[in-house]
Ligand binder design. Structure first.
Ligand code: A2P
Length: 276
């Protein structure tokens, strides 16, 4: 097994480029999956209040026996914790469910611009960062318009913007914006939730060419683009496969061909319209 590269998060922090996504696993389902993933070499776990599985993630971490400082754990606060410093109690609640005394990365899960609380929530995040219970802070599902406001009205640039991103939803403008501002882009639903994407004929051809699976070709595409990627699987063989990405590279023309599967600017969620 080749070690997972680390992506710098600014200051002296870094994030393992591949992590385990845990949506939509329940507490009971996720705990043994975490153990399998850690045994397979994962050192980055991605959960959220909204997934309702932080207790199971914490259980899996303890069951694995891994040392806390070898692991990178992300959670995301949802809309119920936006505004009025509610994020302080929100993080404490997450930490108690996880059984941890800090998370490595805390994200605002959705901007919810209709409520217009994300700027004040971000100011609370800045204090949480200073307090040490969140080692890095970032956002999820933020568009450039939302980030423009954080950059103009607050002091700290988000370390990460985790967005829906896969070969059907390639988000090139948002990736460029994030990169320009030193924000690491994370990909959620990196495999298109395992639906028709993985049956794309192009991916079948490339899987044969590289002697990998279509999922590994897609995940390697994320890696080639410098993205942090958190595929979900509860299947032990796939969990192992999804982190086994570092003994091959895609030729630039193949990266471009995969990017050309993009379904246009209307594809994917619009976080001006939806959010939790
Ligand atoms: P399962 O959990 O049953 O293994 P995403 O991360 O884009 O949300 O995709 C998750 C979906 O993709 C899940 O349904 C998962 O199924 C499936 N999946 C994960 N890894 C692989 C893989 N290596 N090959 C095929 N399907 C996969």
């Amino acid at each position: 097994m080749n070690a997972t590269p680390l992506v710098p998060l600014g200051s002296d922090r870094s994030i393992p480029q591949v992590g385990l996504g845990t949506w939509p696993l329940t507490d009971a389902e996720v705990a043994p999956v975490i153990v399998t993933a850690i045994e397979a070499g994962y050192r980055h776990l991605d959960t959220a209040v909204r997934y309702g599985n932080e207790i199971g993630v914490g259980q899996g971490i303890r069951d694995s026996g891994i040392a806390r400082d070898e692991l990178f754990v992300t959670t995301k606060l949802d809309g119920a914790y936006q505004g009025d410093d509610k994020a302080i109690a929100g993080l404490d609640d997450s930490l108690s469910r996880l059984g941890l005394d800090y998370v490595d990365l805390l994200l605002i899960h959705w901007p919810l611009p209709g409520r217009d609380l994300y700027v004040s929530t971000w100011k609370t995040f800045e204090r949480l960062l200073a307090g040490g219970k969140a080692r890095s802070v970032g956002v999820s599902n933020f568009k450039s318009t939302h980030l423009d406001r954080l950059l103009a009205e607050t002091d700290i640039v988000p370390a990460v913007n985790q967005i829906e991103l896969n070969p059907y939803v390639t988000r090139s403008a948002q990736r460029e914006y994030n990169a320009r501002h030193g924000i690491v882009t994370g990909s959620w639903s990196p495999l298109g939730q395992g639906n028709e994407l993985l049956s794309e004929p192009l991916l079948g051809v490339l899987a044969e060419k590289y002697e990998k699976t279509p999922a590994q070709v897609v995940l390697r595409w994320h890696v080639e683009l410098g993205l942090v990627v958190t595929p979900k699987s509860q299947t032990p063989a796939r969990i192992r496969q999804n982190i086994d990405l570092f003994d091959f590279t895609l030729e630039p023309a193949d990266v471009e061909a995969i990017t050309a599967l993009d379904r246009g600017p209307g594809a994917g969620v619009d976080s001006d319209v939806i959010g939790l």
